[in-house]
Design a binder for this molecule. Structure first.
Ligand code: ADP
Length: 160
């Protein structure tokens, strides 16, 4: 059989406020399916993020400093446009619980309407990270709790 030289690229969008080991797990699983993952850090002012865009971008980039197949970019416009500009064939997202499904289903359906060629691909959270969310990290760290086993090492000093 002939080898297909096409690079499989996925965009992994999120707010990453901050990036957690749950997010890292999604990327690690994604790297088994794709040659390259573009982690797209959303400006998302509507969510009133704790960390500004630049800091969130730095945290993602530092977390994957040793992984040449992962790139961190910022975005504010339409995800489908960003995917096109990076030559991505897929959107990568993670699922923790049934509660994630409704929103993810809506977003995937909307994105499919905007670009029928772009496929949404979901990976399941690792069992010990199903409860990990950026919101809990912010709350626990804000109260002085230990989150060192829940976020990548470079993120810790941003939380202290
Ligand atoms: P958003 O603000 O768009 O929900 P997030 O940064 O919170 O962005 O999450 C981005 C994606 O990562 C979402 O698909 C979310 O379900 C997934 N995700 C977040 N935390 C985890 C986790 N602990 N395990 C698996 N997937 C996760």
């Amino acid at each position: 059989m002939k080898r297909n030289p096409i690079q499989r690229i996925a965009i992994y969008p999120g707010t990453f406020d901050p990036i957690t080991l749950g997010h890292v797990d999604v990327v690690t699983r994604g790297l088994k399916l794709f040659d390259q993952i573009v982690v797209a850090v959303a400006e998302n002012p509507g969510k009133g993020p704790m960390f500004d865009l630049d800091t969130r971008l730095h945290m993602v980039a530092e977390s994957f400093a040793n992984e040449v197949r992962v790139e961190a970019v910022q975005f504010s416009g339409l995800l489908v446009e960003l995917a096109r500009s990076h030559g991505a064939q897929a959107i990568l997202r993670g699922l923790r619980a049934a509660s994630d499904f409704e929103y993810e289903f809506q977003m995937a359906t909307m994105n499919r309407r905007l670009d029928a060629e772009l496929e949404s691909v979901f990976v399941m959270a690792r069992e010990d990270y199903t409860f990990v969310s950026s919101r809990f990290i912010r709350e626990i760290a804000g109260m002085g709790g230990d989150v060192s086993e829940l976020v990548p090492a470079p993120v810790l000093h941003y939380l202290s």
